[in-house]
Design a binder for this molecule. Structure first.
Ligand SMILES: [Zn+2]
Length: 201
């Protein structure tokens, strides 16, 4: 077998097409048997029940967009008659992208317009916006974060909206994104921080 060019060991590459701006891979999983924990919980009583080709986008490679078609196996359970697809642990199946692309999109969305991020990787703008909004929600849900020693507050312009990106300077990580950039929003945010006296602005 060829070296796994997409660097995802859970897949075998069956085919690859290359054009000026895109790579398209056709893959199948290397997993031999699925795990089926839903409903009746049996593993042994499954049989294969067709395949479906699903497209997932991945990190750009050699300045080209990467799409991965997965020949995804469907199974049916003899006990409960449930049909289900095999697991794809490397993929976000709701957003049709690889997990590692999710991280990439979060970072890229802080600096670029959603449309240009989308263009660069081949997904639609809505997918980028949804992933970014998930990211904002995740950050907002983190209630118990430690107030960093050095905080940077940057203004970013995204889709005609200004937002404030709060960064932990020492650890180089984004800790929050404020949907508005006005003074009241920033003051209200800062007042909620613990150990605010430790902060160097
Ligand atoms: Zn079952």
């Amino acid at each position: 077998m060829l070296t796994n060019m997409i660097n995802l060991p859970n897949f075998n590459i069956l085919d690859m097409k290359e054009s000026e701006y895109d790579y398209r891979f056709l893959v199948e999983t290397t997993a031999l048997s699925p795990s089926h924990y839903s409903k009746c919980g049996t593993v042994a009583n499954l049989y294969k029940h067709g395949k479906k080709q699903q497209l997932f986008f991945d990190l750009p490679m050699h300045a080209k967009r990467v799409g991965i078609y997965v020949n995804r196996q469907r199974y049916k359970c003899r006990e409960c008659n449930e049909t289900f697809f095999e697991n794809l642990p490397d993929m976000d199946v709701n957003r049709s992208v690889t997990n590692r692309l999710i991280y990439w999109i979060k970072e890229a969305s802080l600096e670029k317009m959603f449309t240009s991020v989308a263009e660069e990787i081949g997904v639609d703008e809505k997918t980028v916006r949804n992933i970014f909004n998930d990211y904002v929600d995740e950050l907002e849900a983190q209630t118990d974060f430690r107030t960093p020693k050095w905080l940077s507050i940057d203004e970013v312009h995204l889709l005609k909206n200004y937002r404030c990106v709060i960064t932990d300077v020492e650890n180089k990580s984004v800790i929050d994104i404020l949907r508005k950039r006005n003074k009241d929003t920033v003051i209200s945010y800062l007042s909620k921080l613990q150990d605010i006296e430790k902060l160097n602005l």
